[in-house]
Design a protein around this ligand. Sequence first.
Ligand code: NDP
Length: 467
Amino acid sequence: MAYDYDLFVIGAGSGGVRASRIAAGYGARVGICEDYRVGGTCVIRGCVPKKLLVYGSKYAHEFEDSAAYGWTVGEPAHSWATLRDNVSKEVDRLNGVYIRLLEGSDVRIHMGRGRLMDRHTIEVGGESVTADKILIATGGRPEVPPIPGHEFAITSNEAFHLPDPLPRRITIVGGGYIAVEFAGIFHGLGCEVDIVIRRDRVLRGFDEECRTFVHDALKASGIRIRSETEIQRIQATVDEKGGRHPPYKLHTPLGGVFETDLVMYATGRVPNTHGIGLEKAGVQLDKAGAVAVDEWSKTTADNIWAVGDVTDRIALTPVALMEGHCFADTEFGNKPRKADHRNVPSAVFCQPEMANVGLTEEEARRTLGELRVYSSAFTPMKHTLAGRRQRTFMKLIVEAATDRVVGCHMVGDDAAELIQGLAVAVKAGATKAQFDATVGIHPTAGEEFVTMRTPRPEPAPRKAAAE
Ligand code: NDP
């Protein structure tokens, strides 16, 4: 049977766009559909606009610190409208770049929601198209717990389009990537920021020392962290006409109440699996509610694959790119290649920034034998002159038996840039001796990674519990 396409991709985000372009490059006839904007979460309302906002928010510190370097800067004033609109324009530009990239690769774009009708038929924008192979790359979306008043809360989706001026007080619920990144953005732009977390510290899952370092640094910067608490109800102010608006009263357990002007939930994202006809095509979900895939990204349907955040692997843009690329190489390029999810570096663009590659100390202790752990905390040179009390933390985890560096962690300026370079070494299996044999670049923070000589004393082995 002749199909309209060799490959049809549902979702034009990072994973979908990469897979379609590579497949088309191998000569496949490719169609792609998108129901929001080409570019997906990362480009349109995620990593890219977020990073621009982080840049914008950092100027507050730069202006303050410049005095020690002899600059006189007048009273700084910030226009949220200017930053927001400039970021929006950049997103529009990138959206155009992505569309042109697809068109230039001969990938046909269908705007509209794609819905599987059977294993080879997709309905999009009232049209029915057929394809030999199908890729699901529909990503994820933020989820707000259904507490009373949840309709008053925003998510990261809306955070990029807030009206001007920004609210004076912002409360962010959650302690993951998005929560701490936006806390830094809003704080830098002059808002009073509260973070509400149900645990003792932010960033669960990261190296314990690093997350403590970030947690303490966020607090020291002036962000208030309300730990071990939850929001049970959001109560809006009601005007004479019955309209509901800020300020909001946030009710916590045991009768606590505090007030804020904006509530943002960053309590995790869920895969976009609803309303795309997965059941009609025999595509099953896993326990996490994501599309179940094997190591080749193949779903339970023989001609259907899934990549990116709609699967439950690592929810990061470069991982979706890798998965999409491997899929296209394997299915259309005659170059079978599995995505390798080991030693994926990542960064959290909070302030101070945190980045890592490899194992946390806790993971290494659970899975490996004896370790050597090296760490260093210091005030970076730039901050010494300005008197800014913001320290940098670095840590290397080495497997004693092999001397291999199995984890590399940093909290501090440019952590993401440094760790990206070190990720090559960790991925290549570099040993601590090879780190030591590497000459540093002076004066930098990064040279510390090749000059840490003395491991921290290892904890005494646990004694067997008394009978
Ligand atoms: P995360 O999974 O990182 O964090 C969710 C946070 O919300 C956790 O602190 C969690 O707490 C808390 N939480 C969950 N449910 C509730 C609840 N009902 N009440 C209170 N708190 C709750 O999610 P994010 O939304 O921050 O990010 C989603 C994904 O997007 C990330 O996993 C990441 O992969 C990706 N991302 C990556 C970025 C980057 O690379 N820089 C930037 C932004 C996002 P607890 O610890 O108690 O479970």
